[in-house]
Design a protein around this ligand. Structure first.
Ligand SMILES: Nc1ncnc2c1ncn2[C@@H]1O[C@H](COP(=O)(O)OS(=O)(=O)O)[C@@H](OP(=O)(O)O)[C@H]1O
Length: 339
């Protein structure tokens, strides 16, 4: 019999519920990090069987956001039964951070005190551009993407310009940071974005399905995102990694996952010498005729505008939250280092 409190009744022979989450963010080398964690770090972590739409869903069950209607039993059955009390299972759905209702849902369903969350943050403009490239590389096949992108002549620079204005107008309506994300994140405020239709001066077209443009940028509002997650969970439940640090010195940065694993009695093998993340999920756009290729020089003004309008305040909020909660004393100032 499957009860609502199944994840609080830990016992051999009962369902094994995930307690370690890789929450985000999308396009932060989360796939490479996941392979490190489940294959290289000698941790013996249980991953779910293929739950849904694609093979990738072994990594990304997406239950608490996209597949919630499938029901809790479906989700938990994906992990099988607990064979020993030392076992640990992971859910690595890197867009849980992008859905404001995930925190509440996870808190309600899982074994609250035993949850640990790893999050990787990446400079928000590069993150956005990486997602934009991802969309082109899959041929803009997601619903509404083709229409939404066409009104911007498929250009990242134009999307950035119009999205920054609109999202910032929303952000400015709130004095409480934790209220920003539930409203200004596209996926909860679908209509706010979907109904937004303005002429794009440069193309002479009107925006359509603006929610899929908005999401490229709202997922980088890390300060507001974390304000919300800290409303639901204790700071010590999080381990925060920074993409830049992983690239520069993976060994040192990966040390930051230890508290989240030690809690489960697990000691990750991080290696003595040259530890790198494997390379995974690299999308190229050699066959993307409509893709706007922006080199460092060309992306400069786009980055500047996005930082001024949207990200600088959010980045500052993220740094101060992480400091206040003793998660990171200092952190790269993307908006200054990348300009
Ligand atoms: N080892 C390593 N080091 C640094 N960067 C890496 C690594 N592996 C993958 N990548 C880059 O990470 C981007 C893909 O991130 P994700 O796997 O999180 O994407 S996804 O959200 O799961 O779709 C994607 O970024 P962009 O190249 O900028 O698009 C990958 O190239």
């Amino acid at each position: 019999e499957f009860s609502e409190s199944i994840c609080r009744e830990q016992a051999v022979g009962k369902p094994l519920c995930p307690e370690l989450f890789l929450l985000g963010v999308q396009k932060s080398a989360s796939t490479a990090f996941y392979y490190f964690l489940v294959e290289k770090a000698a941790l013996d972590i249980r991953v779910p069987k293929k739950l849904g739409r694609s093979p990738q869903l072994r990594k990304e069950p997406h239950y608490f956001n996209h597949l919630y209607e499938k029901g809790f039993e479906w989700y938990i059955n994906g992990y099988g039964l607990r064979k020993s009390m030392d076992e640990l299972a992971i859910d690595a759905s890197p867009d849980y951070t992008a859905h404001p209702h995930c925190a509440q849902r996870i808190k309600d369903a899982m074994n609250f005190e035993r949850l640990r969350f790893i999050i990787i943050f990446r400079e928000p403009v590069d993150r956005a551009y990486s997602w934009y490239r991802h969309c082109h590389s899959v041929g803009l096949k997601y619903p509404n993407y083709e229409d939404a992108f066409r009104s911007f002549d498929y250009k990242f620079s134009l999307m950035a310009k119009y999205a920054a204005e609109f999202i910032q107008n929303c952000v400015q309506m709130y004095s409480e940071p934790e209220l920003v994300f539930p409203t200004c994140a596209h996926r909860n405020s679908h209509f706010l974005y979907e109904k937004y239709s303005v002429p794009v001066e440069e193309t002479g077209m009107n925006t359509t399905s603006f929610q899929v443009i908005g999401m490229i940028f709202t997922e980088g509002l890390y300060g507001y995102i974390m304000s919300l997650w800290f409303e639901y969970f204790e700071p010590h439940q999080f381990c925060v990694l920074i993409y830049d640090n992983l690239v520069e010195d993976a060994r040192a940065e990966l040390e930051r996952i230890r508290p989240c694993l030690n809690f489960f009695g697990k000691e990750p093998v991080i290696g003595e010498d040259d530890v790198r993340l494997p390379t995974a999920n690299v999308k190229t756009c050699e066959n993307c005729p409509l893709y706007e290729e922006l080199d460092e020089e060309a992306i400069g003004p786009v980055r500047k505008r996005l930082n001024e309008r949207l990200y600088a305040k959010s980045n500052e909020l993220l740094r101060s939250l992480l400091k206040e909660h003793n998660l990171r004393d200092s952190m790269i100032e993307w908006e200054n280092n990348y300009n």
